[in-house]
Design a protein around this ligand. Structure first.
Ligand code: FDA
Length: 309
């Protein structure tokens, strides 16, 4: 299947070199990525805020292979949060962080390294009046990422965690967190996972998402409903009403460049909507996952390629 090929390509250096060498790639990437640097991202965040939406800024990069790279990621986030604090953009803008970019996979003490560096980012976020959400990567990282989230919340209670409905374990993870006001971003899951741990068919993932969303909305958690799927959006609206959460009791989240029409319509209805806005040079794996999610994006890419020749 095309999405499997693209998911594999997202982890291949050879495919990366080939895709990066195509001149038109950058134009297509710009649909999903806010720019190469912090200034570009902050400008996008201001524009998003002008539309009445909030932002979660993500510095692209994942799977660093040495401690120097992990510290560089930490430093970039601390600089970004310093700028957010100064411009006052802090309250409507949070940051999303991938722990693999903070050294989580380093042999030996990767978990500890990622926890310590994520702690530094939480300190900077707190000083800027904002908060951090820990993205979730492939299933091998989930235990470590959940544990780091739990540990950070002891000092920074607003630290958010992502749960992926394609994983069979997720209903249990919601149950573990349900009694506390934890910020939980519920997604379908963007990684190709083995059948032993994950639902494979779209219909199964959708069914799992419905169940997880229902449990999350009924919990004491703060649900961040991260989907562009109109059926899930409708279900979230209904559950929000039934649980009498009110507009401040939960939020929608969507990706920069995806379903701008729906983002605006939900905000106009009075819902809180937050956009996930990635930026930076390390766009390749993120971009390939966006292509894998939707064959129409590949067609868009190919049409741009054809036009450029
Ligand atoms: P689904 O894939 O069924 O798509 C429903 C509809 O949405 C499509 O028909 C199309 O209209 C639109 N759509 C979806 N994806 C699109 C795309 N790429 N381009 C254009 N249109 C698209 N995953 C993860 O594993 N870990 C994480 O930390 C995160 N974080 C995250 C944050 C936020 C704010 C969002 C919105 C998503 C994530 N994800 C993620 C990604 C998530 O797991 C999932 O892969 C995508 O959101 C696509 O799933 P949907 O729920 O949108 O449904």
């Amino acid at each position: 299947m095309l999405s499997n090929v693209l998911n594999r390509a997202s982890r291949s250096d050879r495919a990366r070199r080939a895709v990066e060498a195509i001149p038109v790639t950058r134009k297509v990437v710009d649909r999903f990525v806010a720019g190469a640097d912090q200034d570009a991202a902050l400008e996008v965040a201001r524009g998003v805020s002008g539309r009445g939406l909030a932002t979660s800024l993500d510095i692209l990069g994942e799977g660093v292979s040495d401690i120097a790279g992990a510290r560089r990621t930490r430093d970039q986030y601390v600089t970004l949060l310093g700028a957010l604090g100064q411009t006052g953009a802090g309250t409507g803008t949070e940051v999303s962080v991938k722990l693999s970019a903070l050294g989580q996979a380093l042999p030996g003490d990767g978990h500890r390294v990622a926890l310590d560096l994520a702690h530094d980012i939480c300190v900077a976020a707190d000083a800027a009046g904002t908060m951090v959400t820990l993205d979730m990567e492939d299933h091998t990282t989930v235990d470590s990422t959940l544990a780091i989230g739990n540990e950070l919340r002891a000092e920074f209670p607003r630290t958010g965690t992502v749960l992926q409905s394609n994983l069979k374990r997720t209903a249990g993870d919601i149950a573990d967190l349900a009694a506390d006001p934890v910020r939980i971003r519920l997604v379908k899951g963007a990684y190709k996972e083995p059948v032993s741990v994950a639902h494979q068919r779209k219909a199964e993932v959708d069914e799992a998402y419905r169940g997880d969303l229902t449990r999350l909305m009924a919990s004491a958690c703060y649900p961040m409903v991260a989907t562009h799927d109109p059926q899930m959006v409708e279900l979230a609206r209904r559950l929000g009403r039934e649980q009498e959460r009110g507009a401040a009791g939960w939020e929608f989240q969507m990706l920069y460049g995806v379903r701008g029409d729906l983002q605006g319509a939900l905000a106009a209805e009075g819902h809180q909507v937050r956009l996930y806005v990635p930026f930076g040079e390390e766009w390749y794996p993120y971009f390939m996952r966006r292509l894998a999610e939707r064959p129409a994006n590949v067609a868009f890419f190919l049409r741009a390629l054809a036009r450029s020749n």
